[in-house]
Design a binder for this molecule. Structure first.
Ligand code: ADP
Ligand code: ADP
Length: 228
């Protein structure tokens, strides 16, 4: 099944920047890398997929539904390039709040099942020890891990990650890559924005190259990298 399907998708900022005419298919169950330098249009593209930007033109279906439908959004985890939150909350509180944003009731987010889910998710991203610390004191890398936890919290079928490891050191990057492979092996489809060819080589089954707002190529990695 195709989990992301776009045709000539376009969004510019008053006619400049953004991305233009993006036609792309992402098969279910893979890690798909959107590779391009800063300013290529990667964030603009995924913001449309996540329902945060309305396209100027073109069509797109995510999880089999047109953009922005609530049913599809609940199955989608999105990590923005900059994950912002209230700095006086603890990491666990940020995730509980995130559960509310994701449509859970106050009662559901107080239930022990959800509290366990928060604990497990923080463990997945290596933040177990920081669960009850205020996020105002978090390093950039910790903030990024917390953002990843928020994206993972409601067990999405599709994860859209905008440069998920940009603030991490090499060990952190390695851990995030390992986590993403584990999720992929459990059946989660992952769409990843990155400016690092290394991320694509290490992680991705398929990729696309974006430059100056336009798609240069897309397909299985062995084809893109010049294999057979
Ligand atoms: P990337 O994620 O690949 O770095 P972006 O999607 O953030 O690329 O940006 C693509 C282009 O659109 C850039 O030229 C950028 O300056 C421009 N752009 C992005 N966001 C805005 C905005 N809010 N207003 C105006 N221009 C923007
Ligand atoms: P948000 O960060 O709330 O999603 P936007 O999608 O409008 O807001 O913009 C994304 C980010 O891109 C903003 O922080 C904006 O400052 C930045 N940006 C990048 N390039 C430009 C540009 N050329 N003009 C204005 N903003 C830009």
């Amino acid at each position: 099944m195709t989990i992301i399907d776009t045709a000539e998708l376009t969004k510019t900022y008053n006619g400049r920047g953004g991305c233009r005419g993006i036609t792309l298919q992402v098969p279910e169950g893979c890690i798909f890398g959107l590779l391009g330098p800063n300013g290529a249009g990667k964030s603009t593209f995924v913001k449309m997929l996540a329902g945060l930007h309305r396209p100027d033109s073109g069509r797109a279906a995510v999880l089999g539904r047109p953009l922005g439908q609530p049913e599809a959004r609940r199955k989608l985890g999105y990590l923005p390039e900059l994950f912002r939150f209230q700095e006086w909350l603890t990491a666990a509180e940020v995730l509980r709040f995130h559960g509310r944003l994701g449509g859970l009731s106050p009662r559901e987010t107080r239930a022990s099942a959800f509290r366990n889910r928060i604990r497990d998710t923080l463990e997945l991203v290596g933040l177990s020890d920081a669960a009850d610390r205020k996020v105002g004191g978090f390093s950039k890398g910790m903030q990024q891990r917390l953002g990843l936890a928020a994206a993972l919290l409601l067990e999405p079928e599709l994860l859209i990650l905008d440069e998920p490891a940009s603030a991490l050191d090499p060990v952190g990057r390695y851990e995030v890559r390992r986590l993403l492979k584990r999720l992929r092996d459990k059946g989660v489809t992952i769409f990843l924005n990155t400016h690092l060819l290394e991320d694509v080589e290490e992680l991705c089954d398929e990729a696309a190259f974006l430059y100056g707002g336009e798609l240069l190529a897309s397909g299985p990695l062995h084809k893109l990298l010049g294999g057979t």
